[in-house]
Design a protein around this ligand. Structure first.
Ligand code: CUA
Length: 479
């Protein structure tokens, strides 16, 4: 063992010559410190040899050098036989600052004081080579338990509170169909997931902000933590299991909402810009109102005459797009379970009057529904004007053409028959029987000036010649 008057013999463990240069120049700047760099090693074997030959007092290990196994150096020299003083050192660029062991940054003047401590004989020092206040404070076990319990309580309270809020503010409308039940069960699982995730994130964040805030005058870094296998396994497995559960649960719910009754009520639902039409092929009824018997599954065949629309009655929960084209009919099954009045909305942005593409939905008892069917089928008027108005209503014509002169998406029908209208190509036309038939059968050829060409192209194919004659009689009557 060297006497206190001998120079402090320093061994450098690094594979980078620059590191040794940096340390040497740091020491040279302080000649009053009696030190001597006796060698440089990069492996533990070289270090063992150097220990024999060079008799160092202090080993400075390059913290940033991956080739040097610092754990091994600490184990062999500090805990092991040598009981040599070892220090981990990280040099900063410029060489005026250094980071020691726990990555605390020291100014040049502090390094001097700190190195001073190393010129004492080894046996007068604490067997642990790093000064106590440089060692990151390990939280005591009891402290961590306390934090876990308090933070856990906070998270639990937040979960209960946010779930209570989500389920009591009535986010969901009335549950009016059989298909709504499994969907609401899914919503409930969603609400639980939202409450748990929100509380876990916000709760732990709030707790950390308050309890682990930086106190006045404390400018030290936090402990350097690298990895936690247990935690990583938990936060991978728990979400994985939850997502698998959701996949199973979602598929089961999908199965329930699409389950088919053997004898449903067949309905064709046709969407047009911007109206709805409901056809009952078993009864020969066409209606602008959606009327359904309670507790009987309706099988809806959905189609569109122009653009994409979307069938959505919020109380029924299920929703389905209506696509244009004969090959794109879509099916939807709805079993109403509550008698009442609802509203069908279009849930796909489909143009100017999308917001107003609504239809009343009425769920009746079976007896009332039968009476409605009777009333619809028993009363075909022998007045073509009355029939024409009903057809214009059912096919959505009146959604765009007013009968009282008010301005809608298309020209009004009030007083139009027999009038002279300017067209968008600069010519003009007399609105007569021939022009009306042409406009229905081939819309877009002679468009009235000032209006867009948005008449549904397929509408003509849906109407018979007799129906068009009735519509003409109705238009003629609007003088
Ligand atoms: Cu049809 Cu929006």
């Amino acid at each position: 063992m060297n006497s206190p008057t001998d120079p402090l013999r320093i061994l450098i463990a690094s594979s980078h010559p620059l590191f040794a240069q940096g340390i040497s120049s740091l020491l040279e700047k302080r000649p009053e410190m009696d030190t001597e760099v006796v060698g440089m090693v990069s492996t533990i074997d070289e270090a063992m040899n150097a220990l024999q030959n060079l008799n160092p007092d202090l080993v400075i290990v390059d913290y940033d050098d991956d080739q040097v196994n610092r754990e091994e150096f600490l184990a062999r020299f500090v805990e092991g036989e040598g009981r040599l003083r070892v220090v981990l050192f990280s040099l900063k660029e410029g060489g005026d600052e250094a980071i020691v062991y726990d990555r605390r940054t020291m100014a040049a003047s502090q390094i001097e004081d700190w190195l001073d401590g190393w010129s004492q004989p080894a046996d007068e020092l604490d067997p642990h080579p790093v000064e106590p206040d440089l060692v990151p404070k390990q939280p005591k076990r009891r402290d961590s338990m306390r934090h876990i319990i308090f933070a856990g309580l906070l998270v639990a309270v937040l979960i209960v509170g946010s779930y209570f809020l989500l389920t009591t503010i009535e986010l969901l409308p009335e549950q009016a169909s059989l298909q709504a039940i499994p969907i609401d069960d899914l919503f409930r699982v969603d609400f639980i997931a939202i409450a748990v995730l929100f509380s876990l994130i916000v709760g732990l964040m709030l707790y950390s902000i308050i309890v682990f805030r930086r106190r006045k005058g404390d400018d030290s870094d936090g402990p350097h933590i690298e990895g936690n296998t247990k935690l990583e396994v938990v936060w991978t497995l728990v979400p994985l299991i939850f997502v698998l559960f959701l996949a199973y649960y979602g598929s089961a719910a999908l199965g329930k909402t699409t389950a088919a009754d053997p004898k449903p009520l067949r309905m064709d639902v046709v969407g047009s810009q911007w109206s709805w039409r409901f056809e009952y092929p078993d009864y020969g009824i066409i209606s602008t109102d959606m009327v359904m018997p309670v507790n009987k599954q309706a099988l809806l065949n959905l189609s569109s005459t122009d653009v994409i629309h979307s069938f959505w009655v919020p109380e029924f929960r299920v929703k389905q797009d209506l696509l244009p084209g004969d090959d794109f009919e879509r099916e939807l099954r709805v079993t109403p379970i509550e008698i009442g009045e609802y509203k069908l909305r279009c849930a796909e942005l489909c143009g100017r009057d999308h917001y107003n593409m609504l239809a009343p939905v009425t769920v009746l008892s079976q007896a009332d529904f039968d009476a409605w069917v009777q009333a619809q089928t028993g009363s075909v008027s022998d007045d073509p004007v009355v029939r024409g108005e009903a057809i214009a209503q059912q096919y959505g014509c009146l959604a765009c053409h007013s009968k009282d002169g008010s301005e809608l998406a298309g020209p009004t029908w009030a007083g139009v028959f027999g009038s002279e209208e300017a067209l968008d190509d600069g010519t003009s036309v007399t609105v007569d029987r021939a022009y009306i038939i042409k406009s229905i059968r081939e819309p877009g050829i002679q468009v009235v000036a000032g209006y867009q060409n948005i008449m549904p192209a397929g509408i003509g194919a849906d109407l018979t010649d007799e129906q068009i004659e009735d519509i003409i009689a109705f238009i003629e009557s609007l003088q």
